[in-house]
Design a protein around this ligand. Sequence first.
Ligand SMILES: [Ca+2]
Ligand SMILES: [Ca+2]
Ligand SMILES: [Ca+2]
Length: 404
Amino acid sequence: MIKDRLLTVLPILVLVLLAAAVLEAQAQPNRSLRIVVRTAGEVSKYGDLLRVHGVIHGEIRELNAVVMEVSENSVKTLMKLPFVKHVELDEEYSALSEVTWNVEMINATIVWTTYSSTYGDAAYGYDDSIRVAVIDTGIDYSHEDLQGSVSWCVVSLNNGKTFYRGTNLKNCKDANGHGTHVAGIIAARLNGIGVAGVAPKAYLYAVRVLSPSGSGYASDVARGIIEATKGPDGVPGSLDDADVISMSLGGPDSILLRDAVAYAYGYNVTLVAASGNEGASYPSYPALYPEVIAVGAIDINYNAPAWSNRNPDFVAPGVNILSTYPNNRYAYMSGTSMACPHVSATVALIQALRLASGLPKLTPEEVKTVLAETVVDLGSSGFDDVYGYGLIDAYEATVSSLSG
Ligand SMILES: [Ca+2]
Ligand SMILES: [Ca+2]
Ligand SMILES: [Ca+2]
């Protein structure tokens, strides 16, 4: 849903600014502190002299450093000792992994590590004929973490008055940010910077049908679905067709939209959509169409927020998700819009691995069955109205998809 909560937009480097703080600034009476004492000479000579002031936890001889637990009051005394050069807090650091919690939560990383030795890049969602169409506000294809991920562009805005299909990706630039965030959740590159998508080597089609303000007409969404189904050669049922259509958007029922969905489904395109953020009892459209997989959101603690529409088919992470944002930025966003692409990318992993192992792609119906049979059941046992079948498990789903 386009009304997703944009929490913060920040360069990811800001997160690294967690350095050692000045000791005095932290001072509070009678606390026990974990500190690092640096000595002027070999640290082993001073062990006994230091032990008088607190507990020694360890040392790094090469750096003449001792890690100590001391009372607040001892710090100043320690600092005055003639052989003590420097004292600082032993601050806590957290891992700043390129792979964020949401990608771990659906076990995507286990897919990569399990299958890459046998199937190479297919374990990361790559196959020359596998494409995920992101029907949204466009994609910042020039983003440092989306380099080479977008291979084709469709634009349909204002009831098709603005229309384009082709490889000039500039036409699919994202003036909103939503589409770029969704794209990153699917396919941000595993390149040592920024974040990583669930299928970090997958190829995307950017299908821009929502305006810079994040809204669009049913007719434009319908046209986008049809163009994605046909692919660059303009012919449905050929190798360049989109294999997955990812729709982080929603609205009222529309016969036109439903017919477009049925058209894509008829060519074995798997359709995935956000369940919606209205706190409603049922997903919005297109998620509610039977041909479409409806995805609701959960947070890091496996709880479904009240705004995530009930009765989805599945849930996936959708609260405080860090992903790509235009102009080489990264942003935290929340919404079923963020949950949906986790499933779209999982389908890309399944299909790429099917092809790599010599099996035909699964039909959309088979995809849904495999996903449903391999979920992590949450809430009440079996299908329930909060979590649907449950939390998507990319690893179990690929294992099951490859077993026959
Ligand atoms: Ca990356
Ligand atoms: Ca085609
Ligand atoms: Ca359940």
